[in-house]
Design a protein around this ligand. Structure first.
Ligand code: FE
Length: 355
């Protein structure tokens, strides 16, 4: 019995010992697994974000560098023309290394979303920093800057009191005095799209016919169009404000000024630059962090200073040149409308003979 009892004690003790060994081993295994997961998580959060951008390096890199400095997350980017980037995303499909697409013009952002290249993002930071009308209704893309497209005029030959609306540029008093960007440019397509949304097709078309009846000079570049005002070729034009801003940086007395049209009704036409997270983003978490950063004060200030565009974040101070143009009422139409009406805008321009 005793022996038997001792034997039993020994057996119990060895079972307990074995359990200890087992538990210790388990503990070690689970601890090891835990360490691996943490490492993996840490490396994934710190994994670089890959951006495809139709905006040039000098406009985006300072904001990316500031993001890396703050978060430790690297950003690698490829810049190319808009159409090329969208084609590349389509061809790469689920294998695309890209996490984010940055581009200009709501028309282009809308096309990217329409082609299924982007995905919706839910973020309180983005919703706080970027107002409703400056992002896609389904949050597939977000504006990062506003690009106002007002009327510009010769300070020597035009009095601001003679100007009022985009529609009024179809009045015959502007015959032979009007400069317009080609209708092939997305800026023009988006401007016409906004007219279709606000005025309806009939009035929008009548306006374009009126512009054409005024025998406008058609330009391939906003800068050339503004310089033509300086040179006396035309007296008024419709152009993005930052192009005049660049000329004013070189010469504060440049003889062209901005007139904010349609201040008694819908406001001046505003387009955007913006970004969306790609459909197959390998690092969505990092990309959302970057997008949030780009809507924040540091990046917003950098965009404003580098290209004289208007920040979407209302808490950011304006560059002094923009400040000098004063406050204005902007068309609060949801910018996604600019994309939706592009096809109709092109047909309308064609019918009116606007090349
Ligand atoms: Fe531009």
């Amino acid at each position: 019995m005793r022996f038997a009892s001792i034997g039993r004690y020994v057996r119990v003790i060895s079972v307990i010992a074995a359990l200890f060994v087992l538990l210790a081993a388990c503990g070690q295994t689970s601890k090891k697994a835990g360490t691996d997961n943490d490492d993996k998580k840490a490396s994934e959060t710190k994994k670089e974000v890959v951006v495809y951008s139709s905006r040039t390096e000098e406009l985006i890199k300072p904001a990316f560098d500031a993001f890396t400095k703050e978060t430790g997350i690297k950003v690698s980017f490829t810049t190319a023309k808009e159409a090329e980037l969208q084609e590349r995303l389509k061809a790469e499909g689920a294998n695309s290394p890209a996490d984010m697409l940055i581009t200009v013009d709501a028309g282009n952002l809308w096309l990217a979303a329409d082609a299924g290249l982007l995905q919706p993002v839910s973020s309180d930071v983005l919703e706080e920093n970027i107002s409703d009308n400056l992002r896609a209704p389904d949050n597939q893309w977000f504006a990062l800057t506003m690009r106002a497209r007002p009327i510009m005029y010769s300070k020597d030959r035009v009095k601001p009191a003679q100007l009022s609306t985009y529609e009024d540029l179809s009045d015959k008093k502007w015959k032979g005095r009007l400069g317009l960007r080609t209708s092939e440019k997305v800026y023009t397509k988006s401007l016409i799209s906004s007219m279709i949304a606000s005025l309806g097709e009939k009035k929008a078309e009548a306006m374009i016919e009126g512009w054409m009846a005024n025998d406008p000079i058609i330009f391939d570049s906003d800068t050339d169009m503004i310089k033509a005002i300086e040179a006396g070729q035309n007296d008024v034009a419709i152009a993005n404000s930052y192009y005049l801003g660049r000329l004013l940086k070189e010469d504060a007395d440049y003889p062209v000024d901005i007139f904010w049209p349609n201040q008694d009704d819908r406001g001046a036409h505003v387009n955007v630059s913006g970004a969306g997270i790609t459909k197959h983003a390998p690092n969505k978490e990092g990309a959302v962090k970057l997008l949030e950063f780009l809507s924040g004060p540091v990046a917003q200030k950098s965009f404003g200073e580098l290209n004289l565009e208007y920040p979407v974040n209302e808490n950011v101070e304006l560059h002094e040149i923009l400040d000098g143009w004063g406050e204005f009422k902007r068309d609060d139409l949801n910018v996604s409308e600019l994309g939706k009406n592009q096809t109709e805008a092109v047909k309308m321009a064609d019918r009116a003979g606007y090349r």
